[in-house]
Ligand binder design. Structure first.
Ligand code: DGY
Length: 333
């Protein structure tokens, strides 16, 4: 293979935008870098055409790395480097069969995701989506302000809950202001006790978690073990004043059940950075049409500094992989 034969030139196929980190690969004289340059998700056909003979491939969570891709690449492929902490787009069984390593980007996006989780919690509880649309739709000029219009629950006196599997992603929620007040609730956390610690390695959702949470943060990874962890039965147990936030993967929450929960008032609101049907989430989607739901287009880690760090690590993982060196951050699978 290319990794063991020093005469062979390595090829890395970069299927996603690495921004300021691209020169780490492109400037190497010993490596051919083939880059997808359009500012949109990489075409599958382009990937299949270009991956032939590659030693490494750089992907994002929207690019499936499956048997077809690996077999099309051929025997040189040594590393898959994904610019994400999630890896359910990668078929690990196939990669194991071919002894291909995986680089990914855990930890460095934790703070950015935590910021966005708090943002979504605040937006959903205080009806920011609804009130922002109100202004955009030019309804303010005819609005007669009243003390209880657009009100929502106050988060500073609230119980925040991690879902048990959030530890799988090492997401530590450092909750920035507003600091939740100390709570007597067993699931509660606050600034002095961020959501760290050991969580069960197998995902589970307890009825108590649903019943006691004022704000429930879903940070679980996707895949078959977490699919619809938050379903109709779970949502029916939640408080009518509670807020659900999903920064993990859309598949963890049953969209149909959530739309019903919001429409019928089983819960107060929802803030979603990920949706089961993404990216096919247009105005006709029931959650987009729901005034108590705020939907963002999977931007949880989209802080400039974080994305630059993710891109750098992704490039370094790819480079180390093709050169046969230890990956800076390898997925242990
Ligand atoms: C991840 O890292 O898995 C996010 O979903 C994309 O940044």
């Amino acid at each position: 293979s290319a990794a063991s034969n020093p005469q062979t030139r390595h090829k890395i196929v970069v299927c996603t935008d690495l921004g300021p980190a691209l020169p780490l690969l492109r400037d190497r004289r010993d490596i051919d870098v083939v880059t997808w340059t359009e500012n949109r998700c990489c075409d599958r056909n382009w990937m299949l055409q270009n991956i032939v003979g590659a030693s490494g491939v750089v992907v994002c969570f929207q690019n499936a790395v499956d048997r077809e891709l690996v077999e099309t690449a051929g025997p040189n492929l040594r590393v898959v480097s994904t610019i994400s902490v999630g890896y359910e787009h990668i078929d690990l069984n196939v990669l194991a069969q071919h002894n291909i390593r995986v680089g990914y980007t855990p930890d460095i996006l934790t703070d950015a995701v935590a910021d966005s989780a708090v943002m979504l919690a605040l937006m959903a509880s205080r009806r920011a989506g609804h009130s922002y649309a109100f202004v955009k739709n030019n309804e303010w000029p005819t609005f007669h302000w009243t003390p209880f219009a657009f009100c929502g629950p106050q988060l500073s006196t609230t119980t925040f809950s991690p879902t048990p599997p959030c530890g799988l992603w090492n997401h530590t929620l450092h909750l920035h202001p507003p600091a939740p007040a100390p709570s007597r609730n067993p699931h509660a956390t606050n600034n002095s006790a961020p959501l760290t610690g050991s969580y069960p390695s197998r995902p589970s959702t307890s009825p108590a978690l649903a019943r006691d949470s004022d704000v429930l943060f879903v940070l679980a990874p996707g895949g078959p073990t977490t699919r619809h962890l938050v379903d109709e039965a779970f949502l029916r147990l939640m408080k009518p004043t509670s807020v659900l936030v999903n920064n993990g993967r859309g598949s963890v929450v049953d969209s149909t059940a959530l739309a019903r929960a919001l429409a019928e008032g089983w819960i107060w609101g929802a803030g979603l950075d990920v949706v089961e049907e993404e990216p096919h989430v247009g105005p006709e989607h029931p959650l987009v049409g729901e005034p108590r739901c705020v939907v963002l287009p999977h931007i949880g880690s989209a802080a400039l500094e974080t994305r630059a760090e993710m891109a750098t690590l992704t490039a370094r993982n790819a480079l180390a992989g093709v050169l046969g060196q230890p990956l800076p951050v390898a997925l242990d699978y």
